[in-house]
Design a protein around this ligand. Structure first.
Ligand code: TYM
Length: 329
């Protein structure tokens, strides 16, 4: 079976972007592949938040994955820092990464512009830790949103270089992107991506929002002054709403245009809001139930960490040998 691997940071409740861009496919892929999914808490250290809040958000993120349909009986689900191989591998990957290539990462440039008071070294070497995550498990496919494309390219570059220098160890992973939803945009500024860190709550749908909130946010979504529901350059707001609707209903853009021919944006926004609310309702309910059962969550985290360490340590040992670290007897 081919191997799927992906991660998500525990920096707050997942957005509709995280869901449609990544987690929704994670669920579907479980049926066909060997899947490894984790909460990227080490990556989240690049942003300063209250430690107690980080701990709570990590457990919540784990519960959210299960609530989204990731089944620990089918997939390996774990917390990144619970498997020490990630941190070790991350350092080795740091030493295989070049300053120049890391400097070209657009996410680093964006994030350092946004947080000029905390441009830490981890933010800079973030992609090397991510490359380590992927290569440790010899993943074939990495299901992510479009914003991670450059990090995947970087991972392939590092893997290629390593294989060339030390002999073939790593498989070269490929990105796996959803047909619709790889780039969900802000509801208030449809030229920038929907992000957990957006300060305007109307810009972002959280996957735990209730129906009323979802309908209200879609109703106030920024569109244009025309009245035609069609996917066309320059109609960023409508394009985004159509993308969201398509990702959930599996309708094509043509279907959607036909469905709303002669109707106004109001009707369309309501339909999108209803579809999203319907999709998210069971997730919200499962999440509430899971958060009541802390013992179950802790037990699943522990099982996941043990299994993950078993798999990852095989690759890590191979890597250590190849680079010439003296293995302990
Ligand atoms: P993170 O936590 O920022 O986002 C998790 C996933 O959600 C996708 N995503 C989006 N997709 C569509 N539209 C959006 N507006 C949107 N916003 C976020 C992201 O593309 C991502 O797939 N670096 C990763 C975490 C990570 C990882 C890994 C992923 C760490 N190690 C190894 C894959 C493999 C990240 O920050 O994701």
């Amino acid at each position: 079976k081919k191997i799927i691997l992906s991660g998500i940071q525990p920096t707050g409740v997942f957005t509709l972007g995280n869901y449609l861009g990544a987690v929704k496919s994670w669920k579907d892929l479980q049926e066909e592949y060997l899947c490894y999914y984790f909460i990227a808490d080490l990556h989240s250290l690049t942003i300063h938040i209250d430690p107690a809040k980080r701990r709570a958000q990590t457990r919540e993120a784990f519960a959210l994955l299960l609530a989204c349909g990731i089944d620990p009986e089918k997939s390996l689900v774990f917390v990144q820092s619970h498997n020490k191989c990630h941190a070790e591998m991350g350092w080795i990957m740091d030493c295989c990464s070049q300053f120049g290539e890391l400097s070209r990462m657009t996410q680093f440039k964006d994030k350092s512009a946004k947080h000029p008071d905390n441009i830490n070294a981890g933010l800079f070497t973030y992609p090397a830790l991510m490359a380590g995550d992927i290569l440790l498990y010899q993943a074939d496919y990495v299901p992510v949103g479009a914003d991670q494309t450059q990090h995947l390219e970087f991972t392939r570059d590092v893997a290629t270089r390593f294989n060339h220098t030390y002999g073939e160890v790593f498989k070269l992973p490929e990105g796996y992107f959803p047909k619709a939803g790889a780039r969900v945009m802000s509801l208030q500024d449809p030229t920038s991506k929907m992000s957990k860190s957006d300060t305007n709550p109307k810009a972002t749908i959280s996957i735990l929002d209730d129906e009323k909130t979802i309908l209200k946010k879609f109703k106030s979504a920024v569109t244009d002054s025309e009245a035609e529901v069609c996917y066309r350059e320059g109609k960023d707001g409508i394009n985004n709403l159509m993308t969201i609707y398509a990702a959930i209903t599996h309708k094509t853009m043509e279907d959607i245009t036909r469905e709303f021919a002669g109707k106004g944006y109001g009707d369309f926004k309501t339909a999108v809001g209803e579809a999203v609310a319907e999709e998210l309702r069971p997730i919200r309910e499962r999440f509430a139930a899971l958060m009541e059962d802390r013992a179950y969550l802790d037990e699943e985290m522990k099982k996941g960490a043990e299994r993950a360490a078993k798999i990852a340590s095989k690759t890590l040992t191979k890597v250590k040998k190849r680079v010439g670290l003296l293995l302990e007897k």
